[in-house]
Design a protein around this ligand. Structure first.
Ligand code: ASP
Length: 594
């Protein structure tokens, strides 16, 4: 089909072009047939322009225009003219002009759509995902895609300026454990063998350091076969980097520069560097999480010292048994009803708290179901420690397991922060959380596991505790936290094969397992590995934060659902017997539950 190609896009014509003959190509966004005249909003990626069919101007063209419907694809040629006085549209970039149509072609027709192409879409997300090409026509979705594209541009230019080399690492690899299950790809040629899709290019980027590349970066897809979790994607994108001859400080500086640049160039937001740093212990104590949202205050206040000898058994026991009594002050919420407080208690229990103690600061006294167990002095001390004034509500959690109490209180803080709208949506709160423990003990399996991953270096000063007190060893790793999200994490790596072997042993790997899984990395370290470290930023999350969104699906062109389905192409799907045979695979019949 031949068609008249555009001279301009649908977002660029202004009064300066009045009198010009132009051609636009685009989709019918909307149509108003006012008996005499027909108005069409023609849309493309760049905007919308009003085009007008007037019978007196060209009767035949006007007659044909009756057929036009939403989402028809057109090429129109006409003259730019100023809109009659009073009919300008200030909300539209092209709102001062319109095109008086001389000629048009229908390049394609469209059936009635399953939902309208408009920003305030009401369609269920499943429908949007099934017809993603229509969903992506919505200007807002295109704006997000363009924001994402501008992030790519910043990444490429920033790292080029800083002398990084972009290297592509393979997608079919030997399994790289990052704590999740691998997606596996069966080999046809090598019967019974599998490739894994990378959970991250971790070992490859370290090997690039051994290879002398010094500074590596890649925007890379990673794959993790995790159980369903809200807002996780089985495939996601990282900005992955690694640097040689560096300490954590160098990684912070390069990351901060990148984030500041993204904020500035992508959304015009200025941020101060260096970012705040907080130890893992402080984050847990003050916010009950390793990814504190600092866009609002409401810090947790540990009360152990005040209540350890209070005689109130719930508090005293928790404090004496190595646990904690901790809580926070909700400004002006002493007005909460009994029902509201009961609901909050249920929420706290869902977050793992045994129960929730509330105290209302009223004019004459502290009102609380536990007030009778605590002396007026202790109540006054609690009030003052928590910075509470008349009219405030105190919420307190106690548990002999310190982390459990902190996590429950921290989750409740976040819950209330959201419910009370305490976050300023225009603010960005950025920080580093550092000094993580190296290992976490997995009670169920009775083994130590790495907090970050098995390639992370322990802090030099803690190495001696590795055998005697593994729980006390801190790792040289860091998380970058952005508005309460873990936006990046990384570490200084082990670069010594003996130390790497020792860590693997600590993690309970046998010699054979070690050789089988990581032999090539340990081997490479024998040939002169430089000290190195790096980080990976979750690109989907970063773009979502820049766009002010909570769901990463909005900023991924073709995402999967929460249950890892692609509703547009219907994957995962069955394959025919022949394909299975080629791969030497049999699908086992579903086992009957006993
Ligand atoms: N590979 C790590 C991850 O994907 C990041 C890093 O340590 O650089 O979380």
């Amino acid at each position: 089909m031949t068609f008249t190609k555009r001279t301009h896009n649908c977002g660029e014509l202004r009064t300066a072009q009045i009198g010009k003959t132009v051609t636009l190509n685009g989709w019918v966004d909307g149509r108003r047939d006012l008996g005499g005249m027909i108005f069409i909003d023609l849309r493309d990626r760049w905007g919308i322009t009003q085009v007008t069919f007037v019978p007196q101007h060209n009767a035949e063209v006007h007659e044909r225009a009756h057929e036009l419907r939403s989402e028809y694809v057109l090429s129109i040629t006409g003259t730019v003219q100023g809109r009659p006085e009073g009919q300008e549209n200030k909300d539209m970039a092209t709102g001062e002009i319109e095109i008086l149509v001389d000629e048009f072609q229908i390049l394609n027709r469209a059936e009635v759509l399953p939902f309208e192409i408009e920003d305030e879409v009401e369609a269920h997300e499943d429908l949007r995902l099934k017809y993603r090409y229509l969903d992506l026509r919505r200007p807002l979705m295109q704006k997000y895609a363009m924001l994402r594209s501008s992030v790519y541009q910043v990444v490429h230019s920033y790292f080029a300026e800083h002398d990084f080399v972009e290297v592509e690492t393979p997608t079919f690899i030997k399994s790289t454990p990052e704590g999740a299950r691998d997606f596996l790809v069966p080999s046809r040629i090598h019967r019974g063998k599998f490739y894994a899709l990378p959970q991250s290019p971790q070992m490859y980027k370290q090997i690039l350091m051994v290879a002398g590349f010094d500074r590596y970066v890649q925007i890379v897809k990673c794959f993790r076969d995790e159980d369903f979790r809200a807002d996780r994607q089985p495939e996601f994108t990282q900005i992955d980097l690694e640097m040689s001859f560096v300490t954590a400080e160098d990684v912070y500086a390069i990351t901060e520069g990148l984030v500041a640049r993204m904020l500035k160039e992508c959304i015009g937001y200025d941020v101060q560097t260096p970012f705040l740093r907080m130890s893992y212990d402080d984050a847990m104590e003050q916010y009950g999480t390793d990814k504190p949202d600092l866009r609002f205050d409401m810090k947790l206040v540990p009360l152990n010292d005040l209540v350890v000898n209070s005689g109130f058994k719930v508090f005293a026991d928790a404090a004496q048994k190595g646990g904690t009594v901790t809580g926070f002050c909700v400004k002006g919420k002493a007005e909460y009803s009994r029902k509201q407080l009961d609901e909050l208690t249920e929420v706290a229990k869902k977050f793992g708290a045994g129960g929730l103690v509330w105290m209302k600061v009223e004019a004459a006294e502290m009102k609380s179901p536990v007030a009778k167990f605590l002396s007026p002095e202790i109540l006054a001390q609690i009030q003052s420690a928590m910075g509470a004034e008349e009219g405030d509500l105190l919420l307190i959690v106690a548990d002999a397991d310190k982390r459990k109490a902190q996590k429950a209180a921290g989750s409740l803080r976040l819950h209330l922060g959201k419910e009370l709208g305490l976050c300023d949506p225009n603010k960005h709160a950025l920080l580093w959380v550092v000094d993580f423990p190296m290992f976490a003990y997995n009670e169920e399996e009775g083994v130590w596991e790495p907090e970050h991953h098995a390639f992370t270096s322990p802090k030099a000063e803690d190495i001696e505790k590795m055998d005697t007190d593994p729980g006390a060893v801190r790792a040289d790793c860091y998380d970058f936290v952005w508005n309460g999200n873990e936006a990046a994490s990384g570490s200084i790596r082990i670069h010594d094969s003996a130390m790497q072997t020792k860590i693997f042993e600590r993690l309970g790997l046998s010699d054979e397992e070690l050789q089988e899984k990581f032999g090539f990395l340990v081997e490479s370290f024998k040939y002169g590995a430089p000290p190195h470290g790096g980080i990976a930023l979750g690109l989907d999350r970063v773009v979502a934060i820049l766009a002010g969104l909570t769901s990463i699906r909005e900023v991924i062109a073709f995402p999967k659902t929460n249950t890892a389905l692609s509703l547009m192409d219907g994957s995962p799907s069955m394959v025919d017997e022949r394909a299975l045979k080629d791969l030497h695979l049999d699908i086992r019949k579903e086992e009957k539950k006993p």
